[in-house]
Design a protein around this ligand. Structure first.
Ligand code: ZN
Length: 280
């Protein structure tokens, strides 16, 4: 679910649009998207659509319709489904996306939330969903008041009823402390989220792609070895070094430092790791 880069003005415009939609949805935490869908005269269907899409926005006879894929482990109010609905609302509220559908050139848009790193359109809709479900003012207040660490990410996700993966992306982006997250997935490539401070200092590329390949002492490896049952597992913690996790950071480099690795298994989805740096 990692994002591809968008220009700062574009990011701000989409964030503002999503915040306005959040206010229109009632402005309560956790955000309630379904009444907003009805207010916009959009219809909604949920069902098991196999692997066809996560969500789909369709324009037909002048009206918009959202299809939301509820697979066997999901239910209509799960964090995954809420994010999918937020994503499809992004396609509706972002003018270019909605007008492209309404023009009839491509009357429906199938969405794959985890593939946003390959598509600007999907990245924009994910950014909308993030700010719709994690509105900036309330989210920043929660991050500021929380003790830095993975437990706080999980707690904030619970408060806003947003998945740990979606929460950690915004946490890393908005947390004042230098940090990075890595989502290790069982059958897919790991994706990183790196804080703006770290990126500016040259910690840009992750060197680790598989939790299973880590040595036994790593927190991510220990989390990976726990059963893949539904729900959140125990949080593991271990000291580590920046040079191990990032490319172009050598052991003898002044940029190498001791960091804290925290990791938790997210049921069948994989292992989420948070790397906490000292103040740089
Ligand atoms: Zn989409």
């Amino acid at each position: 679910m990692a994002y591809i880069p968008l220009s700062l003005p574009r990011r701000r415009w989409i964030a503002d649009l999503a915040e306005a939609a959040f206010a229109e949805a009632g402005g309560s935490i956790p955000c309630q998207p379904v009444p907003l869908i009805a207010d916009q005269d959009i219809t909604l269907s949920t069902g098991d659509y196999g692997n066809a899409f996560d969500g789909l926005l369709e324009h037909c006879a002048g009206r918009f319709h959202i299809y939301c894929n509820i697979r066997e482990t999901d239910h209509p109010t799960s964090t995954r489904v809420r994010f999918t609905i937020g994503h499809e609302l992004g396609h509706f509220f972002i003018d270019e996306h909605r007008l492209a559908l309404a023009s009839g050139r491509a009357p429906s848009h199938p969405s794959f939330i985890d593939r946003s790193g390959q598509s600007t359109v999907e990245t924009e809709a994910n950014l909308f969903a993030s700010h719709f479900l994690l509105p900036q003012q309330a989210f920043r207040k929660a991050v500021t008041q929380a003790k830095p660490g993975l437990q706080s990410v999980l707690d904030i996700g619970s408060t806003f009823h947003v998945s740990a993966q979606a929460t950690v992306i915004r946490y890393v982006e908005e947390c004042a402390l230098p940090c990075a997250a890595v989502m290790f997935r069982s059958d897919k490539k790991a994706w990183p989220a790196i804080s703006p401070t770290l990126r500016k200092l040259g910690y840009e590329y992750l060197a680790v792609s598989e939790a299973a390949a880590l040595a036994d002492g790593f927190a991510s490896k220990r989390a990976f070895q726990t059963p893949a049952v539904n729900g959140l597992g125990e949080i593991f913690e271990a000291p580590s070094t920046a040079s191990f996790w990032f490319k172009n950071v050598f052991a003898s480099s002044p940029r190498n430092c001791v960091i804290v690795e925290q990791a938790v298994r997210l049921g069948p989805y994989g292992v989420l790791a948070l790397l906490l740096f000292p103040k740089l």
